[in-house]
Ligand binder design. Sequence first.
Ligand code: ATP
Ligand code: MG
Length: 230
Amino acid sequence: MTTATATDLALRMEGVRKTYQVGDEEVVALDHATLEVGGDEIIALVGPSGSGKTTLCSIAGGILAATEGSVVVGGHDITGYSAKQLTDFRREEVGFVFQSVNLVPFLTARENLLVVDEVGRRTGAKAKDRADQLLEELGLTDRANNLPGQLSGGQKQRVAIGRALMNEPSLVLFDEPTSALDTKLGDQVVHLIRDEMKARGTAAIIVTHDDRITHYADRTVHITDGRIDA
Ligand SMILES: Nc1ncnc2c1ncn2[C@@H]1O[C@H](COP(=O)(O)OP(=O)(O)OP(=O)(O)O)[C@@H](O)[C@H]1O
Ligand SMILES: [Mg+2]
């Protein structure tokens, strides 16, 4: 691998520690985790249940603050960001796709994409054009006006991917995007994720228990007990 300069990186996490206070006990979810993700690199993040994968994604995406260490995403050093700054940062820089798809049930596929932009930069016709372009790329043009309840599992997952791409993020975080899908659909969705990321030169972290997914990634990173394996 060629060495990337700091500005080329989609993510640079250094010495990140995250603890949760549960009653009198301190749970260490991440322990001095250091990870660099190149500007257009796709990382598979693999590890047992409870090893810290979701915590790592939440910190990389500015949902959670690290207890210690530094986090730089797409050139933004978010380490000391306030809650307000993190909200703006999330809107501009990152996309999330979670296992439980979390589409708004009373909005159509198109409206689920547009809801991102209502709070974001684009408005009106421009946002609609981008939503329709993404829906077309994702093979959902004829489902644009369907509600989530009228879509299959794979179609819902594709809407979620489209929504994550609306703001042209520098990093997309996928937390077990295929775990609710059967083998064939899971394969299709992973193919699609790879194609979409590579076409845009967008970086991604894909959390998975699924060995097949690692074949689609540029690099696999293993995590155990909150520590990234060397
Ligand atoms: N809000 C919380 N409060 C207390 N402990 C938490 C919290 N969230 C996570 N943890 C603990 O932190 C550790 C890491 O959790 P995390 O959710 O990051 O794991 P994971 O690798 O995503 O697991 P899974 O594969 O089951 O989703 C676990 O021990 C978990 O119990
Ligand atoms: Mg998890």
